[in-house]
Design a protein around this ligand. Structure first.
Ligand SMILES: *Cc1c(COP(=O)(O)O)cnc(C)c1O
Length: 429
């Protein structure tokens, strides 16, 4: 076993981290490593925290790796997809089309028709215009589809920085518009309004805030359904289940959510025939804890009194999305993995301060500055909790360095490896 400093993960003594030394010896560096057991564990935790009978949809944008999607499909998880390639991945993984919701603004007519031809049967729409496109596409293809109306509530349930709706937004139809012109949002031949869709924002920080957004959404959904004369088959309450990203922190215990949601559900939709099915969505909760990024220290240098460790991986493989400025810059924490018997650099006194930077030709490419760590050439650094929003949320095309290999582990063995390729969607053929 590789010696790790600090040795094992916090929290779960029964879990051991993969053997980074032998993985990098066999597969090189940088590496994304995913463990399917942790995906199963997260699914059971999430499903167990929700009202009985609820469906869980996996948001493929968190990590579309086929092995992750297939594992979730085996657990009877559905999918929330927003592109043709995500749809193809969900269906190829064996998810049933009834369990796949195609969401997102900015869907062309051609994309909508391609999706229907490929098997999409349930669309979330963000506007009257998008609803018209789905209606026309279904009619042209003679293929009936169902629609969820995504709702932008009157008020945001979340802090302004997190909210995707409750504010002026490209996401969802303003509740005011649904109340004002319900006739525009009626079922038509071949295009049934199956229910409503809410998704207020990502990474909601507390159980109380999560529970409140679900109970608020249930109350609002009941008002909307009354005005629309809609007896919904599905209510997709969205998600925002939080997960630690690129750090070791403890995750939130979700167990308080179920009772609060169940109570509001019973109040607004009493048990009995015709009661809708609740759906929830998650990307980061389901796969976040299942992934690590392993990188190698290529050089350690001093410049004008400062120490730098240069890695073979930087913002091109991790945290690229934070470059957009909406979320704070990621400063990943890492373990240092060093082959057994290798002496690391010896610090006298406390650990030295070092800037940990990537290989890109821009000063923006750093992971952390002034980190207290002992690093030597050949060491591996291992960033935990990056199974969600890792590689595909990054800038891996920038400067064209080799893309990290993605390794999938299960029962202690490598069950899949791949290098992400730019491929045309199989649906384009
Ligand atoms: C991004 C997104 C999700 C997943 O968000 P997570 O924070 O990864 O759980 C779910 N639903 C919709 C509509 C989204 O846009």
């Amino acid at each position: 076993m590789t010696s790790l400093t600090p040795p094992v993960e916090q929290g779960s003594p029964e879990r051991t981290a993969p053997d980074w030394d032998s993985l990098t010896a066999a597969y090189g560096s940088p590496l994304y490593v995913y463990e399917l057991a942790r995906v199963r564990e997260a699914f059971e935790e999430l499903a167990g925290a929700l009202p009985t009978g609820s469906g869980v949809l996996y948001s493929l944008k968190a990590n579309p790796h086929p092995a992750m999607v297939a594992e979730l499909a085996r657990l009877d998880c559905g999918a929330e997809v927003s592109s043709r390639s995500e749809l193809a991945a969900a269906l190829a993984a064996g998810m049933s089309p009834d369990n796949v919701v195609y969401t997102g603004p900015g869907r062309s007519r051609a994309q909508t028709e391609t999706a229907i031809k490929a098997g999409a049967r349930l669309f979330s729409v963000d506007s009257a215009g998008q609803l018209a496109v789905v209606r026309e596409s279904a009619a042209r293809l003679g293929c009936p589809v169902e629609v969820l109306l995504r709702v932008n509530p009157e008020q945001g349930a979340l802090e302004p920085g997190l909210a995707m709706t409750g504010v002026p937004s490209q996401f969802g139809i303003d509740a005011e518009q649904l109340f004002a012109r319900p006739e525009k949002f009626a079922s038509t031949d071949g295009c049934e309004i199956a229910g409503l869709h809410f998704y207020l924002g990502s990474n909601v920080p507390t159980v109380a805030a999560l529970a409140r957004q679900f109970t608020d959404s249930l109350a609002l959904s009941a008002r909307i359904c009354r005005v629309l004369g809609l007896r919904p088959r599905l209510l997709d309450l969205g998600g925002g289940f939080p997960r630690t990203y690129a750090k070791q922190d403890e995750d939130l215990d979700l167990s308080g959510i179920g009772p609060a949601v169940q109570e509001a559900f019973d109040l607004h939709y009493p048990a009995g025939p015709g009661r809708p099915r609740l759906l929830f969505e998650s990307g980061r909760y389901l796969v976040g804890a299942a992934g690590w990024l392993v990188a190698e220290v290529l050089d350690v240098k001093e410049s004008k009194g400062k120490r730098f460790a240069v890695l073979d991986s930087g913002i091109n493989h991790l945290g690229g999305m934070t470059g957009l400025g909406r979320i704070p810059r990621v400063q990943p924490e890492f373990l240092v993995a060093r082959p057994p018997g290798t002496a690391g650099p010896r610090a006298t006194g406390g650990l030295p301060r070092i800037d940990v930077v990537g290989p890109l030709c821009t000063p923006l490419d750093f992971w952390c500055r002034g980190k207290q760590a002992e690093l030597a050439v050949g060491d591996h650094v291992v960033v935990p909790n990056v199974g969600a929003y890792g590689l595909t949320a990054s800038l891996f095309a920038f400067l064209g360095h080799d893309c990290p290999t993605e390794l999938v582990l299960d029962h202690g063995a490598v069950v899949g490896s791949s290098v992400l390729l730019y491929e045309r969607s199989p649906l384009d053929a």
